[in-house]
Ligand binder design. Structure first.
Ligand SMILES: [Zn+2]
Length: 128
């Protein structure tokens, strides 16, 4: 496997994620933005992918892309989880997902979360 650093890491990141709205279907949001609290950077040129971590088990493949935001100076990670079994994706834990299960089941092939620099989950972004 070739490990490429820098610019090419953008190829690993879907351009958009789908956010499920409770009653109004899905909304598309760009992943080319900073997800750190209080930062509104949506300029891809101000974001620098640093590195990628990747692992998988029998249920899912997980990619974590570490991204530095040149606007707020922070580092965050995009966690891209691809579920291998789409039929019954596991969606446990999160209260904020309580309404999503039924509507989004067929679309839940990939989940994208935002993590902070240390890997702490700072929010579910959506699906890809
Ligand atoms: Zn930022």
């Amino acid at each position: 496997m070739v490990k490429k650093i820098q610019g090419n890491l953008w190829l690993e990141i879907p351009g958009y994620a789908w956010v499920a709205l409770a009653r109004r279907g899905m909304e598309k949001i760009s992943l080319d933005q900073c997800f750190l609290k209080g930062c509104e950077n949506q300029d891809i040129k101000m974001l620098e992918p640093l590195k990628k971590e990747e692992y998988e088990d029998e249920k899912k493949q997980v990619k974590k892309i570490h991204i530095k935001c040149k606007k707020c100076g922070g580092i965050f990670q995009l966690e891209l989880i691809t579920l291998k079994k789409v039929a019954r994706p596991m969606q446990k834990g999160k209260q904020e997902r309580n309404q999503l299960d039924d509507d989004t089941e067929d679309l839940s092939m990939g989940i994208v979360n935002a993590l902070d620099e240390t890997g702490k989950n700072i929010g579910n972004i959506g699906f890809f």
